[in-house]
Ligand binder design. Structure first.
Ligand code: SF4
Length: 393
């Protein structure tokens, strides 16, 4: 709804309307955080509605956003500090005041800082959520540069794509004629702006959808083809698809000649992974693997949207690297309708990370400066001297 409609709705119900941003994903979260109208009655937050004016979600919000009042008032929500009084895992805690909690944490942090240096404090947390910048601010004030992603999702994709093609490409839902959802759940998972809305819009305008995942989910119901792959066998599927496109010469030779290195060794290496080999591993018929590989390679505007499902498996790094190679040798990279090189999501307009306090000494103590930019707090310019010193070695 728009602001006028929100005001009218609020008036009718004796409520007050507060235009704001959903705190679940952003600001600074994936997609930037959805614009919402929060309705307040007698001082209590009662419901939300999507904000039409927001460029991020254009009026739509996801199930998590709709449930915001439930989590704000959930009886299970932790609203005060607790201190463990039993053994670890015993589940026994006592309630303490904020002053006591802060004093105890501060004392421990000071002792750690004195013994091991400020950089010995590292915080791992999902990247780019509404609270991320506050964590970075706290770490910077403490003197540590070591904020990193907790690595339960997205890291594998970011690393594997970075190592293989130098960036993490994003599927161009708006212009694609074929979208392969690979371990991706676009309806319930991820910010509402993308992929749910983009997926539904692509479906409506007639884009073909292929869903690769073990379980039946809403997107499978809307897909043209479902590949119920055995969990954790994505690498075998990707290798067999590479085998098909190379054996049948469904390649973008101009792209390979200009941008790819190592293609000749790949041609030899991939011979050992035909679709019949992958069938026994993935549980997918070889003929289906062949036809999906052909469809992807021969559809000029084809994109692959890899999801968390591919990452949460032991061989995810190899799977993602193989998919990246598939995108490259078929020329499905950074062209309209394929997977695009795009800048990272917008950051909060008013940075609160105290970046002016970051010194070169702190930068030098960063653990894992090779982390993809989206997952650590320092800018490219800050990291340049470290990378240069590596190159000099
Ligand atoms: S995608 Fe859902 S949870 Fe995330 S900001 Fe939008 S409404 Fe909130």
């Amino acid at each position: 709804m728009n602001y006028q409609q929100a005001l009218e709705t609020a008036k009718k119900n004796g409520e007050r309307v507060v235009p704001t941003v959903c705190g679940m994903c952003g600001p600074g979260g994936p997609g930037g955080g959805c614009g919402i109208y929060a309705f307040v009655r007698d001082g209590k937050f009662v419901k939300v509605a999507g904000m039409d004016e927001s460029p991020v979600n254009q009026g739509a919000i996801c199930a998590k956003g709709h449930a915001a009042p439930q989590w704000v008032y959930s009886p299970d929500r932790l609203t005060h500090p607790l201190r463990r009084i039993g053994r670890k895992g015993e589940g026994r805690f006592e309630r303490i005041t904020w002053d006591v909690a802060i004093a105890q944490i501060a004392e421990t942090l000071k002792a750690q800082k004195a013994s091991y240096g400020p950089e010995s404090l590292a915080i791992l947390s999902p990247a780019r959520r509404s609270y991320s910048e506050y964590i970075v601010r706290f770490l910077t004030a403490h003197g540590s540069p070591n904020f990193g992603h907790s690595g339960i999702c997205a890291m594998q994709r970011a690393f594997a794509f970075m190592y293989t093609i130098g960036t993490w490409p994003q599927p161009d839902y708006q212009r694609s004629d074929l979208i392969i959802l690979w371990g991706r759940q676009p309806i319930f998972s991820g910010p509402v702006a993308r992929p749910a809305k983009s997926f539904l819009a692509a479906r409506q305008r007639g884009a073909k959808i292929i869903a690769i995942k073990p379980s039946v989910e809403p997107d499978v119901g809307m897909a043209d083809l479902w590949l119920p792959i055995r969990p954790g066998t994505d690498t075998a599927l990707a290798l067999a698809m590479l085998h098909v496109v190379i054996a049948e010469d469904l390649l973008d030779h101009a792209f390979i000649d200009r941008w790819c290195s190592g293609f000749d060794p790949l041609k030899t290496h991939i011979r050992q992974y035909p679709p019949a080999w992958a069938e026994t591993i993935t549980g997918l018929p070889a003929s289906q693997i062949e036809s999906v590989a052909r469809m992807y390679a021969t559809t000029r505007r084809a994109a692959i949207d890899l999801g968390n499902g591919v990452e949460h498996t032991p061989s995810s790094n190899d799977a993602i690297r193989a998919v990246a190679i598939l995108m490259a040798i078929t020329g499905h990279l950074d062209r309209p309708g394929t997977d695009l090189f795009v800048p990272p999501a917008a950051k909060s307009p008013k940075p609160i990370t105290l970046k002016e306090r970051v010194t070169q000494e702190m930068v030098d103590k960063l653990v894992g400066p090779e982390f993809p930019r989206a997952f650590q707090p320092l800018s490219k310019a800050r990291l340049r001297p470290i990378i240069a010193s590596w190159k000099a070695c």
